[in-house]
Structure formats: C-alpha cells, structure tokens
Design a binder for this molecule. Structure first.
Ligand SMILES: CC(=O)SCCNC(=O)CCNC(=O)[C@H](O)C(C)(C)COP(=O)(O)OP(=O)(O)OC[C@H]1O[C@@H](n2cnc3c(N)ncnc32)[C@H](O)[C@@H]1OP(=O)(O)O
Length: 203
C-alpha cells in the first residue's frame, strides 16, 4: 500500500492504516520540502510513484479537487481507511478510496461514492447519498435522506437537515445550518445558510 500526501490529513490516515495493521510501503508528495511523515520518509513526487505502477494506493489529500485530479490518474486499486472507533452500518456502501475518521458514523442505507472523507466525529445518518470526492468535515451532521453531489465540502460543525439535495462542488461554511436545497457550486454560510458566492475553482 502506498500513501499519496504528506500533510495533516495524511498523518491521520497513516495512523489509521497502522491501527488497521496495513503495511505502508511508501509516502509520496509533490512538495519536496516535506521529508517525512510520522517518521516514515517521503520517497518522491506523485508522478514518480505512478510511473512504478503501484498495486494499491490511498490518496490522503483533504482538498477535494486535488484528490480528484490525482485519483483520475490512478490505475492502482484505491484503498480505504477506517478508524477502529468509527461506526459504519453493515448496510452502508462505500466506494474505493474512502476514509472514515475516528468516531465518525455512517448509518443504515447510506451510499458513498469513491474517495469520500467522513472526518472526525462527523455523522452521516440513514439513506444518504454522497457523491465521489465529498468531504464531510469534523463534527458536521448530515441528517437522513440527504443527497450531496460530487466534490462538495461540508465545513466543520455544519448541519444539514433531512431530505435535502445539495449540488456538486458546493462549499458549506463552518457551522452553517442548511435548511434548503443548494444548487451546484454554491458557497453557503451561516444559520440559516445563505449562498454568498459561487465556487468557481472546480468548474
Ligand atoms: C481536519 C480539518 O481541518 S477539515 C477542514 C475544515 N475546514 C472548514 O470547515 C473550513 C470551511 N470554510 C469556511 O467556512 C470558509 O469561511 C468559506 C469556505 C465558507 C468561505 O471562505 P472564503 O471563500 O475565503 O470567503 P470569505 O472568507 O471571503 O467569506 C465571504 C463572506 O462570508 C462570511 N463567512 C465566511 N465563512 C463563514 C462561516 N463559516 N460562517 C458565517 N459567515 C462566514 C465572511 O465573513 C464574508 O462575509 P462578508 O462578505 O460580509 O465579509
């Protein structure tokens, strides 16, 4: 197993992989000034890893758009990482590359696409649908039957009430309380959440 990314998010993922008893063969990052992660050496750039045709990789980068760009270049199996303190329903379905952090919950009937992050203490309740590259930040709460489109970032401590449809590549600000559907690319903040701008970087 190889780990792409050597930042803070990767550090938490690395600890979870070690808890799971997985052997990490190498850590790779495009920032040459990062030399090691938790005592593991950083071996080189992402491209230098991809040229070796690795068998199994986890893209441990918190930024949804960067994670997507790297994931699209992968031919290797995208591995998942789960904290032993996370709670994932047996009826939930997760795609490749998903990461579920300590004390996060994913309840019955929820389906996550690929490379989804459910961060520390976040709660995704029953029958939700999370698109590829979604990131649910620490302490965020997603009620039942919520649909969240590809690449959307739900900020730390935000809440989304039941049954809503959130578009793709949205950003929901820290602590926002979302009471209505949001269109694609919306950046929404506050309680109740209001759209303040458009997220253009991923268009
Ligand atoms: C383990 C980890 O670390 S996971 C990472 C967790 N990180 C997060 O959850 C970060 C979430 N990001 C935010 O909340 C950001 O503030 C964003 C993305 C919503 C907006 O950031 P920017 O695009 O830089 O916008 P900017 O800071 O210019 O804010 C625009 C307006 O919205 C307001 N605003 C921004 N964020 C919020 C917020 N969370 N709640 C209320 N108002 C907010 C600003 O005060 C500003 O208002 P003004 O125009 O009246 O001055």
């Amino acid at each position: 197993m190889h780990l792409i990314g050597a930042g803070g998010h990767a550090k938490v993922v690395l600890e979870m992989l070690s808890e799971m008893g997985m052997t990490v063969h190498g850590i790779w990052d495009d920032n040459p000034s990062v030399k090691n992660l938790l005592g593991y050496p950083v071996l080189g750039s992402v491209m230098s890893l991809l040229e070796t045709n690795p068998q199994e990789v986890i893209v441990a980068i918190g930024n949804n758009d960067i994670r997507r760009k790297i994931a699209l270049q992968l031919r290797a199996k995208a591995a998942c990482a789960f904290s032993k303190t996370s709670s994932i329903s047996l009826s939930a379905e997760l795609g490749g590359g998903c990461v579920v952090m300590p004390n996060a919950s994913i309840n019955a009937g929820t389906r996550c696409g690929s490379h989804v992050i459910v961060n520390t203490n976040a709660s995704v309740d029953h029958d939700c649908l999370l698109g590829d590259y979604v990131h649910i930040s620490p302490q965020a709460g997603i009620a039942g039957n919520v649909e969240i489109g590809e690449g959307t970032h739900v900020g730390i401590g935000a809440s989304v009430i039941q049954g809503l449809k959130i578009g793709k590549w949205c950003v929901i600000g820290a602590g926002a309380v979302v009471l209505k559907d949001l269109p694609d690319y919306a950046v929404a903040v506050g309680n109740p959440a209001r759209i303040v701008k458009t997220n253009r970087y991923a268009k």
